[in-house]
Ligand binder design. Structure first.
Ligand SMILES: Nc1ncnc2c1ncn2[C@@H]1O[C@H](COP(=O)(O)OP(=O)(O)O)[C@@H](O)[C@H]1O
Ligand SMILES: [Mg+2]
Length: 244
């Protein structure tokens, strides 16, 4: 379980998060909806220990992240993987080296096993032949899938997805949504998915929360979005599923 308690974050005078409270149950896929620039990416970076909040606490399975202590942050990094918006593959490494990177870097696998490990995870995302390619040779959707393979190869207990379907065509988006669901089922991971894509929210989400004005204003299910209390959240839902 992830507990986000009173998290605040500002950049100079720009108050981005202003007391975010949110509980993510173990094994669920929790979608975070919100307009551009409301701090969704910032929140994900704080949850995975990449960014330090000004106030508040993050608790993962009952343990606080102590942002002052490297060992505490490192423990979080070992548990949590994030699928970044652009994929964020290492450009100078092959896809295979990218996928095996975490395991080898952390001494959990030998470099000579890289190819075998990479293949296993690349197969999962339907990219079994892409191992020898360089990231620049991949399409946007393939990059996303390769980045997902790399994240999964680290065997995280928690997966954070930052707009996983943004910029992808509908078929590729659907494939990514399926992979998010498969990852949840197969590995039992707890997931947080930031998205603008209501269809994606419906396909992957068990619950969803609405971030606005620096806080989570409402938590509901993707099925009940149209009945949300927040008018802006209802507007989101209407736009994605116009009434006929
Ligand atoms: N490292 C940073 N330095 C300064 N401002 C930042 C930084 N990261 C994010 N911001 C600001 O925080 C706000 C929220 O950004 P972000 O979390 O990326 O929004 P979202 O993902 O919801 O679109 C924006 O105004 C952005 O300019
Ligand atoms: Mg963002």
């Amino acid at each position: 379980m992830i507990k986000v308690k009173g998290i605040s974050k500002r950049f100079n005078s720009n108050v981005v998060l202003d007391g975010v409270d949110l509980t993510i149950e173990s094994g669920e896929t929790h979608v975070i909806l919100g307009r551009s620039g409301t701090g969704k990416s910032v929140l994900l970076k704080i949850i995975c220990g990449l960014m330090r909040p000004d106030a508040g606490q993050i608790e993962i399975d009952g343990r606080h992240i102590d942002f002052e202590k490297r060992v505490s942050v490192r423990r979080v990094r070992a548990m949590v993987q994030m699928l970044f918006q652009g994929g964020a593959l290492f450009d100078s490494m092959t896809v295979e080296q990218n996928v095996a990177f975490h395991r080898i870097e952390h001494g959990k696998a030998r470099p000579e096993d890289a190819s075998k490990i990479a293949r296993e995870y690349l197969e999962m995302v339907g990219l079994e032949d892409a191992g020898p390619l360089m990231p620049a040779e991949l399409s946007g959707g393939m990059k996303k899938r390769a980045a997902l393979a790399r994240a999964l190869a680290a065997r995280p207990r928690i997966m954070l997805y930052d707009e996983p379907t943004t910029g992808l065509d509908p078929l590729t988006s659907q494939r990514i949504n399926q992979l998010i669901r498969e990852t949840q089922r197969r590995f039992g991971v707890t997931s947080v998915v930031v998205t603008h894509d209501l269809r994606s929210a419906q396909e992957v989400g068990d619950r969803c929360s609405f971030l606005e004005d620096g806080r989570i204003l409402e938590t509901t299910t993707p099925q009940n979005l149209r009945m949300a209390e927040q008018p802006l959240l209802r507007a989101f839902a209407e736009e994605a599923f116009p009434k006929f």
